[in-house]
Design a binder for this molecule. Structure first.
Ligand code: DX5
Ligand code: ZN
Length: 224
């Protein structure tokens, strides 16, 4: 059942010299999650934020921190991000040999677990994970950078995952499993993604354009 669309601004597009203030500003502007893109220069061709920065940011907003790990191996860093204040920990199944073990590790730390699918990653990886996870993150760009264009084939994938989530959720008494989309979200692709079945939209460029005075309007226009 779809409720109000959630907006998760990616702080990759924030002013890195003022990250604490940026996090506070998006929370005040109505963001639902703070999306933290963690990159290692190895799994993806960029380096961003580590657990120390994440820990320093955590007191600046009361909304959940949605941590997107684009690192390999992943297991060694899950506990650090959990301790730094992550609420949702999402990883890519290609980042390690045992994705089910990684899900168990995240859940054992009391955090919500997410699986992220790259544009070319097929859905069958979800077959035995969906009953245990809390979120599926569909990449609508290749991970590594903000400001890329939405890849249209993500829409069919979102629709198919929506069906699978609804079936598993119904079999589990309506347990919440969120369907989040990440990359190239603007007013038009937001509408397309929500129509296809997304319930959480990551938005970096579209949230942070225009500076802090524009954030509330930017977030509201993505949600409508
Ligand atoms: C890409 C990241 C995204 C990205 C989104 O690897 O996972 O979160 O920063 O940025 P926009 O919204 O600018 O495409
Ligand atoms: Zn992301």
């Amino acid at each position: 059942m779809q409720q109000k669309t959630k907006i998760a601004p990616s702080i990759l597009s924030a002013d890195f010299a003022k990250l604490g203030a940026e996090v506070a500003a998006i929370a005040a502007a109505g963001a639902d999650y703070v999306h933290v893109d963690v990159m290692d220069g190895h799994f993806v061709p960029n380096i961003t934020i580590g657990p120390a920065v994440m820990k320093a940011l955590r007191p600046h907003a009361a909304i959940p921190f949605d941590v997107h790990l684009m690192i390999a191996p992943v297991d060694a860093f899950v506990a650090e991000f959990a301790a730094a204040g992550a609420d949702i920990v999402t990883f890519h199944p290609e980042a390690g040999p045992h994705p089910h073990r990684t899900v168990q590790l995240i859940k054992s730390l009391g955090k919500r677990a997410g699986i992220s699918l790259n544009p070319a990653t097929p859905l069958d990886v979800l077959d035995y994970l969906l009953p245990d996870i809390d979120l599926v993150l569909v990449m609508s760009v290749n991970p590594g950078f903000g400001g890329q264009s939405f890849i249209p084939s993500a829409l069919g994938k979102i629709a198919e995952i929506r069906r699978r989530i609804d079936a598993v959720s119904a079999a589990q008494g309506g347990r919440a499993i969120e369907l989040e989309v990440d990359g190239g979200i603007n007013a038009e692709t937001a509408r397309q993604a929500v129509t296809a079945g997304a319930d959480v939209l990551v938005a970096g460029t579209a949230t942070f354009k225009g500076g802090p005075d524009a954030y509330a309007g930017n977030i509201a226009s993505l949600r409508s």
